[in-house]
Design a protein around this ligand. Sequence first.
Ligand code: GMT
Length: 378
Amino acid sequence: MRIGIVCYPTFGGSGVLATELGKALADKGHEVHFITYQQPVRLNVFNANIFYHEVRVPTYPLFDYPPYEVALASTMVDVIINHDLDLLHVHYAIPHASAAYMAKQIVKKKNGRDVPVITTLHGTDITLVGRDKTYEPVVTFSINESDAITAVSDNLKEETYKHFAITKEIDVIHNFVDVTRFSKKPIDAFRRVIAPNGEKILLHASNFREVKRVDDVIKVFAQVRKKITAKLMMVGDGPERHMAEELARKLGVDEDVRFVGKQEQMEEILAVSDLFLLPSEYESFGLAALEAMAAGEVVISTNVGGLPEIVQHNITGFMANVGDVDTMSNYAIGILQDEQKLQAMKEAAFLHASNFDITNIIPLYEKLYSRFCRLTIA
Ligand code: GMT
């Protein structure tokens, strides 16, 4: 099939997921056309089946806000027609679903073809941004106009029905992970650089937005640090980073916390870590937690959104209420002090992550595509 994938090209989970999906589809022989404003960060391989179409947004002195959605829809039209796409799969509703609707109408008028549009809902497009009155009517309309809708967790499906007047069926296709890629052997030299005296390594990775509650990460670590010699790696960047750095200084743990910024080789970092902290206010799924589990890491997270769909309490990780720093700290201290249980839970985490392996999930998308395509999948 010839598939157009529209996504954000950044380190965010939806962009990562969309890029990995496109790469996997290309490996299976599909022709994949990425349409976005910048080369996606995980699009770091050459594959003859992958094409990248950059959306150019010309500026003009009149524009305080250059019209990205118009440029995106026009690029979609161009790619659909010139590469004879079978379908468009857009990730994150805003503004991709409405731009896709516009492109679909233009192609219909120009060429008489009705190009199927699949919209995958990822998280804040539904739970935060999309619900804002400013966007809601367009988001509702464009989701309903999609030929198929998927959500990355049961929880996100429920949230979508709860907050939007969606008249169509939403299919849940959980996020996935390439277990082979993430189950790497730790590089001892790397571990020694971070933890020269054999300290335990805790890890957090996110876009450091408010919803991630990175202050709770620092607070949990400060409590752990009182009982156990440990290091904390903070991977990623975003608006809350400065606050987190200040808090680490204030709590006297800054010497043991390393802010390493955005990293592409997450698997290397995950391989040397012991615990992954994700105390988010909300996660529709928590792809970062799944990647950590695939690397054999125990996850300590909140019990919100789609997290209970991947974290099994006391088996692969631990969950606590949002903001309950004490409970999360106690879980962390308890497991780090019990080497036998830690190893058992790491194994359980890996095994559970395997259920979400890329090889299990990609066929679900292919099956969905086959409902709409002009060709049937072998
Ligand atoms: O919604 C966001 O914060 C960004 C979004 C993204 O595009 O990175 O993340 C969401 O999608 C991920 C991939 O499906 C999920 O793993 C994240 O849980 C989800 N984030 C939230 O729900 C906060």
